[in-house]
Design a binder for this molecule. Structure first.
Ligand code: GTP
Length: 173
């Protein structure tokens, strides 16, 4: 079953959404981080915690680098999508990126859980969870096919981060 063995979790989101800041609260203290930059503008970070293997990808290169990060979806068990909940202008770009993620066969066929962090929730003008879910088109998803959850987070202090990961771990069991 899925509860045994290592789980691969992909962390994606636009640049400036807060991925790096957020994962600092997931990483174990002395995590050995592997960083590779195959191409300028395309960065991959990997670290492990318990039996969870995290791969963090900056999608900001958008379609230009899509072929490069496509293969990271193979054998992934869950996706964490980080969105800047104050960036109303780029919410539609985030939606498009999330749609690309949801299009994947792996995501479509395996009931892969999607955790969204509505990050920067500490800032005035940040969108609520419901607003983000609506804007990202999550509200229209079939929860049976794609279990999803949205958690408001403040990555600066780590608020909400653990709650999100707990949902993911429970859903993966
Ligand atoms: P790239 O490295 O460009 O891919 O960005 P990233 O997604 O890794 O974002 P990063 O963690 O570098 O955060 C971008 C900026 O937003 C930094 O200045 C962070 O300090 C800030 N930031 C991240 N999360 C939060 C948050 O929850 N609240 C606030 N107020 N600022 C945040």
């Amino acid at each position: 079953g899925r509860s045994r063995g290592n789980m691969r979790i992909l962390v994606v989101g636009l640049d400036n959404s807060g991925k790096s800041t957020l994962i600092e609260h997931i990483k174990p203290n002395k995590a050995s981080t592997f960083e590779a930059t195959p191409t300028v503008g395309f960065q991959v970070q990997e670290f492990a915690k318990n039996n969870l293997n995290f791969t963090v990808i900056d999608m900001s290169g958008q379609s230009r680098y899509r072929t490069l990060w496509e293969h990271y979806f193979c054998n992934v068990h869950a996706v964490i999508f980080v969105v800047d909940s104050t960036d109303r202008v780029r919410m539609c770009v985030a939606k498009e990126e999330l749609e690309e993620v949801l299009k994947h066969d792996e995501v479509q066929n395996s009931g892969m859980p999607i955790l969204v962090y509505a990050n920067k929730g500490d800032l005035p003008g940040s969108m609520s969870r419901q607003e983000c879910a609506d804007e990202l088109g999550l509200s229209g998803l079939n929860d049976e096919q794609t279990p999803w959850h949205i958690e408001k987070s403040n990555a600066l202090v780590g608020l909400g981060v653990e709650e999100g990961v707990n949902w993911l771990v429970q859903t993966l069991q």
